[in-house]
Design a protein around this ligand. Structure first.
Ligand code: PBG
Length: 327
């Protein structure tokens, strides 16, 4: 056989395969979600997310040390407040759960990079991502509380804020407020293309943030659409976002690719709770090899064009990258 082209030449050994990898990953591009519960002392396993924990404010060191031990240096914080009300006022409380967590982290670990999720759904008693007017979320009223919340996170020491509410104009509103208060150098990571997804189920159980009526389809994106994702990203670029995000990740790899090709900004993807929980459940049922599925899934997100990944597997992935199993 006179074959000239033999792609298998570059697949023969581990050494040549590693040299020819097109996708490179680094622990530096992984972001680990941490849930702080204001009412908790110590840690408590999260039933909907096997292997994940709620942390009390007295367990900041444990949460951070564990990340550092795995080479993970970036986190995104979520808060479970002790009290909720109609407008979610605990979200911007100077001494709220996230604000206190930020202060404690930054005091002991100034180099550990702290991003905060900015949204109202964990703080409102109705579980929607903003201020209600009747049964609808009032966009412009919500912008005010989002901006206040983002500012309170930054004043507590957050390195970056990440609004996940999907209101129109939130990046501009947050940017303006941060700038007015002198925080011109604090970047905003926008959950630009956030879909109304069933994959958030385990998170909502973990964060106690499921809406008490209706759904989030009036503000989160319709999974049928991808041009709309480009529109959302373009608006965020105009409004001053520093990083764009697509969420969820695995079912939206096409959206990640299109956003990566269209925009110059760094692109984050969020491998959400349902993606993690499905792998965990399949592995627990002995149906798949958890380690290899975890690696392959994360890899696919980077191959699709993401530059960074928020994932509940950040620590395990960091280990896998450091061992050379991926990346
Ligand atoms: C807050 C928020 C959610 C997630 C991140 N920020 C839930 C939602 O929009 O319902 C989901 C994360 C996950 O599922 O892992 N709005």
């Amino acid at each position: 056989m006179e074959l000239i082209q033999r792609p298998r030449r570059l697949r023969r050994t581990d050494a040549v395969r590693r040299m020819c990898r097109e996708t490179r990953m680094s622990p530096d591009s992984l972001i680990y979600p941490i849930f702080f519960d204001e009412t908790l002392s110590g840690t408590r396993p999260i039933p909907s997310l096997p292997g994940q924990f709620h942390y009390g404010l007295d367990s900041v060191a444990q949460a951070v040390e564990d990340c550092l031990a795995h080479g993970v240096n970036h986190c995104i914080l979520f808060g479970l407040p002790k009290g909720k009300d109609a407008c979610g006022s605990s979200a911007w409380d100077e001494h709220g759960v996230v604000q206190e967590a930020i202060r404690a982290i930054k005091k002991a670990y100034p180099d550990f990079y702290v991003i905060t999720d900015v949204c109202m759904c964990e703080y409102t008693d109705h579980g929607h991502c903003g201020i209600l007017c009747g049964h609808e979320v009032d966009n412009d009223k919500t912008l005010e509380v989002l901006a206040k919340t983002a500012l309170s996170h930054v004043e507590a020491g957050a390195d970056m804020v990440a609004p996940s509410d999907m209101m129109d104009g939130r990046i501009a509103a947050i940017r303006e407020t941060l700038d007015q208060h002198g925080h011109t150098m604090t970047p905003i990571m926008s959950y630009s293309a956030k879909y109304a997804s069933a994959f958030y189920g385990p998170f909502r159980a973990a964060a106690g943030s499921a809406p008490s009526f209706g759904d989030r389809k009036g503000y989160q994106m319709d999974p049928h659409n991808s041009k709309e994702a480009l529109k959302e990203c373009a608006l965020d670029v105009e409004e001053g976002a520093d990083i764009l995000m697509v969420k969820p990740a695995l079912s939206y790899l096409d959206v990640i690719r299109q956003c990566a090709d269209t925009f110059d900004l760094p692109l984050c993807a969020y491998s959400v709770s349902g993606e993690y929980a499905m792998i965990k459940a399949a592995a627990a049922a002995d149906l798949v090899d958890e380690y290899r599925i975890m690696c392959e899934s994360a890899l696919s997100v980077f191959r699709a064009g993401a530059n960074m990944l928020i994932t509940y597997y950040a620590k395990e992935l960091s280990d896998a990258i450091r061992k050379g199993d991926i990346g």
